[in-house]
Design a protein around this ligand. Structure first.
Ligand SMILES: Cc1cc2nc3c(=O)[nH]c(=O)nc-3n(C[C@H](O)[C@H](O)[C@H](O)COP(=O)(O)O)c2cc1C
Length: 329
């Protein structure tokens, strides 16, 4: 698949997720073959002013390629300057966030608030387009609310502004992450645009991925929450799309991935922050597994590498010994 001049090895991507899609997590998900991954959303203003840890969101590695850097902002010039910085810092693709419904973001006129201001949205996209020749996408929602659905209008504007692909998460802002995403809207957008359309929303199993392609005709898909504690979903989606089998990971593989991910998190953040931040991943990785509830209770209190290492050892040993293998694909 192509996005602008960027050649991708496949069309199954990892969604940007704030607080989650950091370098360690992206690296793990890429081991399972995803064609493109994104940073979490990065404040254009923060990047320009070198605020706090903003620049760290762009940390990457040779294994973490190609990398989409997602920017949010409400001022065309600021976003354009941030686009230049992101390009200098090594982004392979720039994505403009016009879908974030979080209050803190919306009240600054950024994220999904831009869908209510098509002219400003267009100005931002034009400014970013002229600031950088990197492949560029925009990630949008269905619209602000049910009676203000305008994904097609914003999609058309994006195409006119020279954006290379549109990513659509077809929920309204006021839906948040509840209810169902309206895949019909992805099909409508695909019917209208010449540039590629990428669908996002509610892909939990490989069959969902196949169904999204079939029902919408989209060019690519994105997996977000379905990859939490479940990075092998990408391998299984790719296999299923190619007519192959779906293999849940063995216990040994699952344990190995968790340990590798933990090590990367500790290398990246340091032991204290790395282990603390990893708790959420431990909860996701063990969801639905036998004895998971007990492990998760204990894991919630762990704050050093040796204790996590030991807890994992005990837990997986017990799991291996018990015949139960309740494993998600
Ligand atoms: C915790 C969380 C953080 C998210 N952060 C971002 C973000 O930074 N930028 C963005 O465009 N979308 C963000 N999203 C939306 C996802 O990229 C995706 O569009 C949405 O979750 C629907 O896909 P899913 O059902 O596969 O999760 C976030 C979603 C979640 C659950």
């Amino acid at each position: 698949m192509y996005i602008g001049r960027l050649v991708l090895k496949n069309n199954v991507f990892l969604s940007p997720m704030a607080g989650i899609t950091d370098l360690p997590f992206r690296t793990i998900v890429r081991e399972f073959g995803c064609g493109l991954a994104f940073t979490e959303m990065v404040s254009a203003n923060g990047l320009l002013r070198g605020m706090g840890k903003t620049g760290r969101y762009l940390d990457s590695s040779s294994a973490d390629r190609p990398l989409g850097v997602q920017l949010f902002g409400s001022d065309p010039e600021t976003v354009a300057e941030a686009a230049k910085i992101a390009a200098e810092m090594g982004a392979d693709l720039l994505d403009m966030n016009m879908g974030c419904p979080v209050k803190k973001v919306v009240k600054t006129g950024s994220g999904v608030a831009l869908m209510r201001e098509p002219q400003r949205a267009g100005a931002i996209l034009r400014a970013a387009r002229s600031a950088s020749d990197l492949p560029m996408t925009v990630k949008i929602r269905a619209g602000w609310r049910q009676c203000e659905i305008n994904a097609l209008e914003i999609g058309r504007i994006a195409e006119e502004c020279g954006v290379d692909a549109v990513i659509l998460h077809p929920r309204t802002a006021d839906q948040g992450f509840g209810g169902k995403s309206d895949w019909g809207l992805i099909a409508d957008l695909k019917g209208q645009l010449r540039i590629p359309v990428i669908g996002s929303g509610d892909i939990r199993y490989p069959v969902d991925a196949a169904r999204m392609f079939l029902e919408t005709g989209c060019d690519g898909i994105m997996v977000g929450r379905g990859a939490l504690g479940n990075p092998w979903i990408i391998r299984n989606i790719l296999s299923h799309l190619a007519g192959g089998d779906i293999h849940p990971p063995s216990l040994a593989e699952r344990e190995g991935v968790i340990r590798r991910h933990l090590e990367m998190a500790i290398d990246y953040y340091g032991e204290e922050v790395g282990t603390r931040d990893f708790r959420k991943h431990l909860l996701w990785y063990t969801k639905g597994l036998r004895g998971g509830a007990q492990f998760r209770q204990a894991a919630g209190r762990i704050s050093d590498r040796a204790s996590v290492w030991e807890a994992l050892q005990e837990y997986f040993q017990a799991l291996t010994e018990s015949a139960g293998r309740e494993i998600r694909s």
